[in-house]
Design a protein around this ligand. Structure first.
Ligand code: NAP
Ligand code: G4F
Length: 323
């Protein structure tokens, strides 16, 4: 019998990469898509899987809808990747962010408990939980100090996942994922904003990129590598929580250097401006994940270097402007 996976967040970045990975493992993949007047399946099309997944209409904030879908799909594995995932927007959208990210996780866990308790649950957690921890590297034992409404909403989902595991024996795991990017990353996130901006500059379509805090440091990996760790968590006998990261850190200056270098521009400073409009009410300065547990228990390793990731993203953005 083919295994059935239900992926929420199907139109985003990770949903399509995870679905492609699961299809290659011969899963039947259902994907939740919100109702739109103009559906956006561009990311599924980019990976060539738009006709291989079963799309169902729904919304994670609608508990009736999830109850009905769990009853009818009866998934073996449920990947909750649905979110208002842009930290920068979460101050203005704090209620929406909480309804989707926090209560959406609760709706999911309740639907599983009530209608198919053997479904294994993956919660898309985040390194944003750590805040400005003060540690050089963060691991599963680092205390959480969330600094944005986004991070606070994900903290609720993190603990609710653990609560359902401990109270009702649901196989529910938290992936605490550090930043991961790809050519289908949303253009508001800093990596894609830069690679898209560099591509436009290279193609003569623009002459500047306007950014916020250039001193922030992140542990950036490739989404295509990270989705394997999500799947591996649900293959373990026991549910647990894992940091997933590359263990290397770069600054936005490093990102700019590599992105511009990949198109042979070495004097990038003249193309980059900063504006307070892209700064946040509370910044998170430095993140770098210790992935020892994921390596040891899951046997997971990141495969793509930061340099390869940035080149891949710039290359794809240039293709989009030169088609
Ligand atoms: P993304 O590109 O922003 O995708 C989010 C997805 O959630 C989209 O498909 C979006 O649909 C969907 N969604 C939003 N509101 C929904 C609702 N009410 N009901 C159902 N679906 C809804 O995010 P991502 O980068 O793929 O990340 C996947 C998950 O991992 C998110 O939970 C994110 O918070 C978490 N995470 C991401 C990273 C990272 O670096 N990428 C790191 C740690 C954790 P629409 O497009 O239709 O709005
Ligand atoms: O690319 P970002 O918007 O990603 P951020 O805030 O780290 O969040 C992403 O990763 C999290 C995991 O740690 C996920 F949970 C979350 O869903 C999302 O995927 O910003 C990265 C850094 C920040 O410090 C920001 O202030 O880049 C800085 N930055 C500087 N200029 C900018 C800009 N960020 C954006 N988006 N746009 C700018 O112009």
């Amino acid at each position: 019998m083919k295994k059935i996976a239900f992926v929420l967040g199907m139109t985003g970045q990770d949903g399509p990469y995870l679905s492609k990975f699961l299809l290659e493992k011969d899963y039947t993949v259902y994907g939740l898509v919100k109702r739109y007047s103009n559906p956006n399946l561009a990311n599924l099309k980019f990976l060539g899987i738009e006709n291989d997944v079963e799309l169902v209409t729904g919304d994670i904030t609608d508990d009736n809808c999830l109850n009905h879908l769990i009853k009818s799909i009866k998934p073996d594995e449920y990947y909750n990747l649905a979110a208002q995932s842009f930290v920068g927007a979460s101050w203005d959208l704090n209620k929406t962010t909480s309804e989707i990210n926090a209560l959406g996780a609760l709706n999911s866990l309740n639907a599983i408990k009530l209608h198919n308790p053997n479904t294994r649950y993956y919660q898309a957690g985040t390194s944003e939980l750590f805040g400005n921890s003060g540690n050089d590297m963060q691991d599963e034992d680092t205390p959480f100090q969330p600094r944005s409404p986004y991070a606070v909403s994900k903290l609720y989902a993190h603990w609710m996942t653990i609560n359902f595991r401990e109270s009702f024996s649901i196989h529910a795991s938290n992936g605490i994922l550090f930043n991961h990017e790809s050519p289908i990353r949303g253009k508001e996130f800093v990596t894609r904003k830069i690679t898209d901006g560099v591509a436009q500059i290279k193609c003569g379509l623009s002459d500047k990129i306007i950014l916020g805090n250039l001193d922030a440091k992140r542990d950036w990996g490739f989404a295509g590598d990270f989705v394997e760790a999500m799947w591996l968590m649900l293959q373990q006998d026991e549910p647990d929580d894992y940091v997933v990261s590359t263990g290397t850190q770069n600054s936005i200056h490093d990102l700019l250097n590599l992105a511009f270098q990949s198109v042979d521009i070495n004097d990038w400073e003249k193309y980059v401006e900063t504006s307070p409009a892209f700064k946040r009410p509370a910044e998170l300065h430095s993140l770098c994940g210790n992935n020892a547990k994921a390596k040891r228990v899951l046997g997971w390793e990141p495969k793509t270097s930061f340099k390869e990731l940035v080149s891949m993203m710039v290359e794809e953005d240039i293709k989009r402007y030169t088609k």
